[in-house]
Design a protein around this ligand. Structure first.
Ligand SMILES: Cc1ncc(C[n+]2csc(CCOP(=O)(O)OP(=O)(O)O)c2C)c(N)n1
Ligand code: SF4
Length: 267
């Protein structure tokens, strides 16, 4: 089964979105080779350069509206709980425009996977600062430097109740694939923050390449340790970037509880 769509790719050369596409496609392909059918998957994206990803993967997909990936794929999951649903969002899309949606999807622990293309800038609209743009960064909309403090989405997701919280780097394809594999396998709300460059408007290629490292000896079942590790890097342009699973917990999912409730009402 070939997941190519034949649609012309219009991302800038070396954009981080390419490796996210390669990793996501490889993992979906693996699952199909293990017996899943292409129609067992449904994917959706928000609005931004990242969103074009749904045009480039040949499974059922929906190009949604800005920030609304979590409710879109939540609806898919509730309507057909047998589907594996994966959402793709940008940092502007997921942590800015749609921040309430991602917080509430995490709070509900609905069984969906969100992959965040975190280039720390609004790419499609040509370089305005986003929630994860470091303070002081000069962008098109902050020519004297971003006056706002940047958001740490790992802490946001831990605080919202997400039961699988991971970070990876677009420069480590194998690691990215492993995080996506595990995120999809996780029963509950999984979020994978992919740190990547926007070549045209925030090219942090060298910094990310040089500083991302895989966490070792981290106990991902301990929320306090997860919080501590999340504070090691605060989405600046300084210091090492730990990647891996910060936190993982098994607990009943929203879709399970909702459907159980429905069955109970029927009986
Ligand atoms: C409700 C709404 N507000 C604003 C926009 C304009 N807009 C389109 S894409 C975008 C930013 C996308 O940035 P991001 O989600 O980080 O994705 P990237 O382009 O970097 O991949 C904005 C503000 C819109 N389409 N809809
Ligand atoms: S503008 Fe940035 S995010 Fe958009 S395609 Fe180009 S490099 Fe990628």
């Amino acid at each position: 089964m070939n997941l190519e769509t034949g649609v012309k790719n219009t991302w800038c050369p070396r954009c981080g979105h390419f490796s996210i596409l390669a990793a996501a496609k490889a993992v979906i392909q693996e699952l199909i080779e293990k017996g899943e059918r292409p129609e067992d998957f449904a994917i959706a994206s928000g609005i931004g350069c990242h969103a074009k990803i749904v045009d480039y993967i040949n499974v059922n997909s929906f190009y949604s509206i800005h920030g609304r990936v979590p409710p879109t794929i939540s609806g898919m999951k509730i309507a057909n709980p047998d589907l594996t649903v994966i959402g793709f969002a940008g940092d502007g899309d997921g942590y800015g425009e749609g921040v309430a949606h991602i917080v509430f999807a995490a709070k509900r622990n609905i069984d969906i996977t969100m992959i965040i293309h975190n280039n720390r800038i609004y790419g499609l609209t040509t370089g305005q600062f986003s929630p994860t743009t470091p303070q002081g960064q000069k962008t098109k909309s902050t020519p004297y430097g971003n006056p706002e403090y940047q958001l740490n989405p790992i802490k946001l997701m831990l605080g919202s109740g997400a039961t699988f919280v991971a970070r990876t780097s677009s420069f480590d394809l194998n690691h990215m694939k492993e995080m996506i594999r595990q995120g999809i396998a996780h029963k509950g709300f999984a979020v994978i923050d992919v740190v990547e460059p926007c070549i045209s408007f925030f090219n942090a290629t060298d910094y990310i390449r040089k500083n991302a490292y895989v966490m070792e000896n981290h106990d991902s079942s301990d929320i306090n340790k997860a919080w501590e590790r999340a504070g090691e890097w605060n989405y600046t342009l300084e210091g090492k970037i730990p990647i891996g699973i910060f936190y993982k917990e098994d607990k009943p999912t929203f879709d399970e509880l909702l459907l159980k409730g429905k069955n109970l009402r029927k009986s």
